[in-house]
Design a protein. Structure first.
Ligand code: X6L
Ligand code: MG
Ligand code: MG
Length: 172
């Protein structure tokens, strides 16, 4: 079994409900066990700025799946939830990304680990730093990367939506 972290985001529909549904679906996958879920952050959209704010969170898992199978499981959850193919970087009802797999560095056409752009994204680093502040990526810990990136655009703990996700996870 290997520890890994996934990043989830949603900016269409009932975002917290979709995050919770994705977590339940991930936890139901053979070979994926949820360990800890970060708080929910409300975050400004990156890439395409004219779209609704996102809710983002990260989840720590234990998995017996190799990285390509883990990625396939994430894409399977997106597909099962009816994620539409829309414009690049555009709005989506659910997004599940593989961020980190402990001890794995790899670069393939379909999957690069650690996630190549996660250190520039506040909406990834903030929840990730809540979960695994001491994991090392490159030369620094996640906590140090988060401090280095600092605060800029909207990226704030959404207390009510965090509570809703927790509630939906415990009593779906
Ligand atoms: C210049 C050009 C600067 C492109 C940034 C950043 C593009 C991130 C795509 C970029 C650029 C992305 C989320 C999001 C997206 C999310 C928030 C992406 C893919 N996903 N914004 N934008 N949360 N807040 O999960 O990450 S599209
Ligand atoms: Mg993403
Ligand atoms: Mg994605």
């Amino acid at each position: 079994m290997t520890s890994a972290c996934l990043g989830l985001g949603a900016n269409l529909g009932d975002r917290a409900a979709q995050l919770a549904e994705a977590l339940l679906r991930l936890g139901a996958v053979d070979g994926i066990h949820l360990v800890a879920v970060s708080p929910v952050y409300r975050t400004a959209p990156w890439g395409v700025e004219e779209q609704p704010d996102f809710l983002n969170l990260c989840v720590r898992i234990e998995t017996g799946l190799a990285p390509p199978a883990l990625l396939a499981a994430c894409k399977g959850v997106e597909a099962a939830m009816g994620r539409q193919v829309r414009e690049r970087w555009g709005p989506r009802e659910i997004d599940v990304d593989v961020l980190l797999v402990a001890g794995v560095e790899m670069e393939t056409p379909g999957l690069t680990l650690p996630h190549p752009r996660m250190l520039q994204r506040r909406f990834v680093l903030a929840p990730l730093a809540d979960l695994v502040p001491d994991w090392i990526v490159g030369e620094r810990t996640i906590g140090e990367h988060a401090v280095e990136l600092g605060a800029d655009d909207l990226c704030e703990w959404d207390e009510p939506e965090s509570a809703r996700v927790q509630m939906l996870l415990s009593a779906p």
